[in-house]
Design a protein around this ligand. Structure first.
Ligand SMILES: [Zn+2]
Length: 280
């Protein structure tokens, strides 16, 4: 038993029961409840989800490079870029757990994550991208949902705290497996609030700027997709102001503005083209 966490294990159920009693009919309960799902809990849930996703090969065909050097290079390119975006975020501004980035080989215009740092991106969405800053922008957006615990909060709201508590407080692996299995589909499409969505755009924009990519990457991508009538990130609400908001954020900061003005160098278009051949 981990003695460091012992007081938490004892106190948490007591506090949860008190909250259940005091706030069970109150919406405040939702916000309070998020305090009780720890990073460790997120990892437990995410690890179980990731295992079940890898077992659901029909619904989620995980990208498999096989013996193809070009496919392997493409997969490494995407995951290394995601790792770079993550490495650009200061340690105190992200969860302590490691992230895992997985490509899903399907013509779907989406990316999503679950609590615990597990991020999934479809090859379908990358097909529509034109350069590395657009890919870094979408990865940054998803990473931001995780660093800001948006998926945890959405899961608590959607699944209800009592189910989570039953599985997590008892540290019962069987219950966690059961919980994830029974809510597997919902976990792949957790509804993110518009406020959280705007936050993820703003953080994602900053994240890609921090590693020297064009901070307009995500706005340029959204804008082009809108022009083509393609709905992206379908699990997320799409306020029409998203592109305008990111543009305003970039224009309001001299460093971001300079990176955007230097798009010829900060888009990394030729390197992107060098790797994405296998999905073209
Ligand atoms: Zn989002």
């Amino acid at each position: 038993m981990d003695m460091k966490n012992a007081p938490l294990r004892i106190i948490r159920p007591v506090l949860l029961l008190a909250c259940l009693f005091l706030f069970s009919s109150c919406t405040l309960f939702d916000s309070i409840s998020t305090l009780f799902v720890t990073e460790q809990d997120e990892v437990k849930l995410g690890t179980e989800f990731d295992q079940q996703l890898h077992d659901s090969t029909r619904t989620f065909p995980v990208y498999n490079p096989g013996n193809s050097a070009a496919k392997l290079a493409f997969q490494n390119y995407v995951t290394h870029l995601a790792d770079s975006v993550l490495a650009g975020i200061p340690a105190g501004k992200k969860p302590g757990y490691p992230f895992k980035f997985t490509l899903i080989d399907q013509d779907i215009d989406n990316a999503f994550a679950v609590p615990g740092g597990f991020v999934y991106i479809y090859t379908g969405i990358i097909k529509h991208m034109q350069n590395e800053s657009e890919l870094a922008g979408v990865l940054g957006h998803e990473i931001a949902h995780v660093t800001q615990h948006h998926y945890r909060d959405a899961m608590v709201k959607q699944q209800g705290l009592s189910l989570l508590v039953q599985a997590l407080v008892g540290d019962d692996a069987g219950k966690i497996t059961e919980l994830v299995a029974s809510s597997f589909v919902q976990l792949t499409s957790l509804q993110i609030s518009q406020g959280n969505e705007s936050d993820a755009d703003a953080y994602g924009t900053r994240y890609e700027a921090a590693i020297g990519r064009n901070p307009m990457g995500i706005a340029n991508f959204f804008s082009r997709m809108q022009d083509q009538g393609i709905a992206i990130l379908s699990t997320h609400p799409q306020p029409s102001s998203r592109v305008a908001d990111v543009t305003a954020e970039v224009n309001g900061d001299a460093t971001l503005q300079a990176l955007a003005a230097d798009s010829l160098n900060t888009n990394y278009k030729s390197r992107f083209e060098q790797y994405v051949g296998p999905i073209r």
